[in-house]
Every structure is written in structure tokens, then in C-alpha cells.
Design a protein around this ligand. Structure first.
Ligand SMILES: NC(=O)c1ccc[n+]([C@@H]2O[C@H](COP(=O)([O-])OP(=O)(O)OC[C@H]3O[C@@H](n4cnc5c(N)ncnc54)[C@H](O)[C@@H]3O)[C@@H](O)[C@H]2O)c1
Length: 337
């Protein structure tokens, strides 16, 4: 039995608290929102973010960040990516040397272009920072549907320890040393999910969706490898796996926002209607800057950026993608002489 602190009590933090509690661990969940702590403590359910999922009395909900960090074997950062740095900073004074912190959020910081584990490491340099990611909608984890993820850590022993805490008959975890690859895949799939939603909103079909997923992972991998990730990771659960689930699922808020944009709404209108943080919007800006920094071509992501921030007509964006110069599918495949 481990003592686990979870920072963030939204859909994902709540679903993970159930999983880890059912695995026999002592779980404390912190939220910055007083009303959320009160609701979770009294109703034992997150009524707006994970309705219908009952939480056991053994899970402790708190508004005191110290009690979710001090004495914990691991802490999980499950806040939206735009709050990762501020949450790490708020935790700093309570984190002990070498304490394991697991990031489960997905995003890239817009102004620094840092991944989330890099931000946490910058805020708390003495922590042992890892990441857990993969195709894992909170709604389905909450319903105990079989799910797989990957944990990335600097040391194999850390990854295997975290793996042992999460593994259950409904949650299978693989290990990996490729933290960068895992994080780039997790952040940028949200941009492609916006594109997939836009295509759905425009009334396009399965062919278009398959094209966006397949060419999307090519773009993500192209950038991710330049950033230090490994190509194999993008063919795995946190690459193509997470991209498939996000582009195809009714649960994805990024895809839902895309659908509204494809139907003619502006980005602001779509964000308002989805009522949750649409992380892909922030990741799009970051990805376009990363493309410049690493000198890589990201045609789909650039078109999403033009639709979101320059008011480009979504139909014209798709047409421009289709009418790019013809090229080989993979520059890595040689022609026989
Ligand atoms: N929901 C999922 O299925 C899922 C699955 C895997 C990963 N993730 C990732 O996990 C992260 C959290 O997602 P979510 O779906 O739980 O989000 P959410 O919108 O449901 O939860 C947000 C929660 O974060 C906390 N929060 C909000 N603003 C905060 C702030 N400024 N400072 C500190 N805490 C704050 C609050 O507890 C709030 O309820 C995201 O990066 C997301 O991509 C989500």
C-alpha cells in the first residue's frame, strides 16, 4: 500500500483517485476550488466532471496542498496543463528530495515551449519527475473499462515502481525511458483532434479522418524526434494510440471544439460552448513556434493555427492541404535503382 497525493480534482484526477484507491492505496486529492472539495467530500461524486462514478469514503479530499504532498510516496499532477507550473510552485516547499512526482496532464507551455515535466523540474529541481500518458478517457477509467497507458521516467526502477501502483485488471501500464516522446505525443494529439473535429463539422467522412490521424502522427513524430523523442514512441500508446482515441471519441473536448469550428463557429464561441479548457488551442500556438525552432514542416498543424487564430475558412484550409505539391509518403523509403 502506498500513500498517494493527487493534485487536481477534475475528471482525470477523480478517475485516477478511484483506480488507485481500488488498488488498495491511501489516496488524498487536493483541489484549488473550495466548492469542488466540499462537493467531493459530501457527495462522493464529481457531479459535473465525472457524473455517475461513486467514490469510496476512504479517499480524502482537501483544500490544503501540504496534506496532499507531505509524507506521500508519490504525487500525481492532474491539473490542466496551463496550471501545471503554478501548482508545482505551490507544492515546492512541501516536496522532499527525490520525491516522485508524476505528471498526467498534456500540453506545452506557450511562452517557454517547455514540456510539462520540464516545467515541474524547473520549479522543483530536486524532485524525481515522471509522466503517465496514453489513450485513457476519464469517463471510461471511471467505468472500469480496460485501459492501457505508458509511464516514462529517467530510471527504470522509478518507472517500474509507478507501474506497480497503477496496474490492475482494468488498467495496464507499460514502462518507457522516453519522457520527451510521451509528452510531445500527448500534447500535440490535441491539435490533430481539433483538425479531426473540424473535418467532422464540415461533414467530411472516414477517409478524411484516417488521413488526418495518419499524416498527423507523421507530423507529431517529425517534431518529436527533433526534440529528442524516439520514433518508436510515436507508433505506441502515447503516440498513435492516444491520437486515435482523441480523434474518434465523443469524450474528447478538443474534437468537440473542432466540430463546432467546422460548423462555422469561431474559436471563442467553440471554447465557450465546450465549457472546459480546450488544451489543443494552446498546444497549437506552441507547436507552430516549435516547428520554426526545430525547422520542421507541420502542414496540418499550421492550417489548424490559421483557422483558429487568423480566421481562415476551414474548408479552404483542407483544400490547401490537399493541393500541396505531391511527394513521397516517407522520405526514409529508398527507390530501387
Ligand atoms: N479527462 C481525461 O480523460 C484525461 C485523460 C488523460 C489526461 N488528461 C489530462 O489531465 C489534465 C487534467 O484534465 P481534466 O480532464 O481532469 O481537467 P478538468 O477540466 O476536468 O479538471 C480541472 C481541475 O483542475 C483543477 N484546476 C483548475 N484550474 C486550476 C488552477 N489554476 N490551479 C490548480 N488547479 C486547477 C480543478 O480541480 C479542476 O476541477 C489535462 O492536462 C488533460 O489533458 C485528461
Amino acid at each position: 500500500m502506498a500513500k498517494i497525493g493527487i493534485l487536481g480534482a477534475g475528471s482525470w484526477g477523480t478517475a485516477l483517485s478511484l483506480l488507485l484507491s481500488e488498488n488498495g492505496h491511501e489516496v488524498t486529492v487536493w483541489s484549488i476550488q473550495k466548492e469542488e472539495v466540499e462537493m467531493l467530500s459530501s457527495k462522493r461524486e464529481h457531479l459535473s466532471k465525472l457524473p455517475g462514478v461513486k467514490l469510496p469514503d476512504s479517499i480524502c479530499f482537501t483544500g490544503d496542498i501540504a496534506s496532499a504532498v507531505v509524507g506521500k510516496d508519490i504525487c500525481i499532477l492532474a491539473v490542466p496543463s496551463i496550471a501545471t507550473r503554478s501548482t508545482a510552485a505551490a507544492m515546492r516547499e512541501y516536496v522532499k528530495d527525490g520525491q516522485i512526482l508524476v505528471n498526467v496532464a498534456k500540453g506545452i507551455e506557450e511562452n517557454t515551449l517547455m514540456t510539462l515535466t520540464e516545467q515541474i523540474e524547473e520549479e522543483i529541481p530536486y524532485a524525481n519527475v515522471a509522466v503517465l500518458s496514453g489513450p485513457s478517457h476519464a469517463e471510461e477509467v471511471g467505468r472500469r473499462l480496460p485501459t492501457t497507458c505508458v509511464v516514462g521516467a529517467r530510471e527504470k526502477a522509478t518507472a517500474e515502481y509507478i507501474q506497480s501502483l497503477f496496474m490492475s485488471k482494468v488498467f495496464r501500464v507499460y514502462t518507457s525511458p522516453d519522457i520527451t516522446g510521451i509528452e510531445v505525443g500527448g500534447a500535440l494529439k490535441n491539435v490533430i483532434a481539433l483538425a479531426a473535429g473540424i473535418a467532422d463539422g464540415l461533414g467530411y467522412g472516414d477517409n478524411t479522418k484516417a488521413a488526418l490521424i495518419t499524416r498527423g502522427i507523421t507530423e507529431i513524430a517529425r517534431l518529436g524526434v527533433k526534440m529528442g523523442g524516439h520514433l518508436e514512441t510515436f507508433a505506441g500508446l502515447t503516440g498513435i494510440g492516444d491520437l486515435i482515441v482523441t480523434c474518434a471519441s465523443v469524450h474528447s473536448r478538443n474534437r468537440r471544439a473542432g466540430v463546432l469550428i467546422g460548423e462555422g463557429k469561431s474559436m471563442e464561441e467553440a471554447m465557450k460552448e465546450v465549457k472546459m479548457i480546450v488544451e489543443g488551442v494552446y498546444s497549437t500556438k506552441a507547436a507552430v513556434q516549435l516547428a520554426k525552432k526545430y525547422d520542421v514542416s507541420l502542414p496540418i498543424i499550421e492550417q489548424v493555427n490559421a483557422v483558429l487564430f487568423a480566421g481562415k475558412n476551414p474548408g479552404k484550409a483542407v483544400e490547401d492541404l490537399m493541393m500541396r505539391d505531391g511527394r513521397a509518403e516517407s522520405s526514409a523509403l529508398p527507390w530501387e535503382q
